[in-house]
Design a protein around this ligand. Sequence first.
Ligand SMILES: NC(=O)c1ccc[n+]([C@@H]2O[C@H](COP(=O)([O-])OP(=O)(O)OC[C@H]3O[C@@H](n4cnc5c(N)ncnc54)[C@H](OP(=O)(O)O)[C@@H]3O)[C@@H](O)[C@H]2O)c1
Length: 262
Amino acid sequence: MSTPFAIVTGASSGIGLELAAICAQEGFDLLVAADRPEIRAAADRLRGLGANVTVVEADLSTINGVDRLWAATAGRPVDALLANAGHGLGRAFLDQDFSDVRHVIDTNVTGTVYLVQTVGRAMRSRGQGRILLTGSIAGFMPGTYQAVYNGTKAFVDSFSFALRAELKDTGVTVTCLMPGATETDFFERADMLDTKVGQGKKDDPADVARVGFDAMMRGDGEVVSGWQNKLQSAIANVTPAGILAEQHRRMAEPGSAKQASD
Ligand SMILES: NC(=O)c1ccc[n+]([C@@H]2O[C@H](COP(=O)([O-])OP(=O)(O)OC[C@H]3O[C@@H](n4cnc5c(N)ncnc54)[C@H](OP(=O)(O)O)[C@@H]3O)[C@@H](O)[C@H]2O)c1
């Protein structure tokens, strides 16, 4: 048996680094990618777990970045694609810089679907492969003060279920990992540290990654990590969107961390 090979995007920190660490521990060779040089230190940590690791530093919001990542496979068949790279953007939509807005959409949506199409075609030709997309329970609710981000995650969740149905009987499985608030760099990067959700208790990224990896290996369609998030998403499914939008305001409005502690 040859060593299985996995691509993990957004592997420099948070959920992606933990997903890559699990892949390494489970015997995968790795191709890891992120936009900033921190990915190199992450790769060293993964090598310490015994994996052969190739690194690509690329902005995966761009077609060129995704092409460079794909080129780095050098034709090696990909057994698992963990398309996890993504980021948020807090504050009021009309006050956001459009280039930041666009980067969220281009990373979470455009770059992700381009990568999934590129790798997915090769997997379908081989008649085998596993795809894990990091969606979010944010996809179930309108994201007041994270409006664009939640929209991108609604896209990822929906896309994942549809692609899974299209690939039924091809040997390629598609799994959507839908975490709730998780203790990573996400909230700092999204400029949400002054929000209630930014300061609140969060899930451990290692636990979230384990739930996602196991679901991918079983070939499950979806997994919401954590029982509280399962409950929250079940309630969201039967709650009017206007109410969800107001609930989200209380979690994500700038300054809501202070109001919560007053
Ligand atoms: N944390 C949460 O509460 C939460 C909840 C639900 C879903 N998620 C999702 O989980 C995934 C991982 O996020 P995280 O929470 O682990 O946050 P994180 O620690 O900030 O990790 C995000 C990863 O994505 C990479 N990335 C972002 N934009 C990129 C780009 N344009 N090109 C290449 N790499 C890029 C980052 O690398 P660079 O720093 O190099 O850009 C980093 O490796 C995201 O898709 C996020 O939407 C997070």
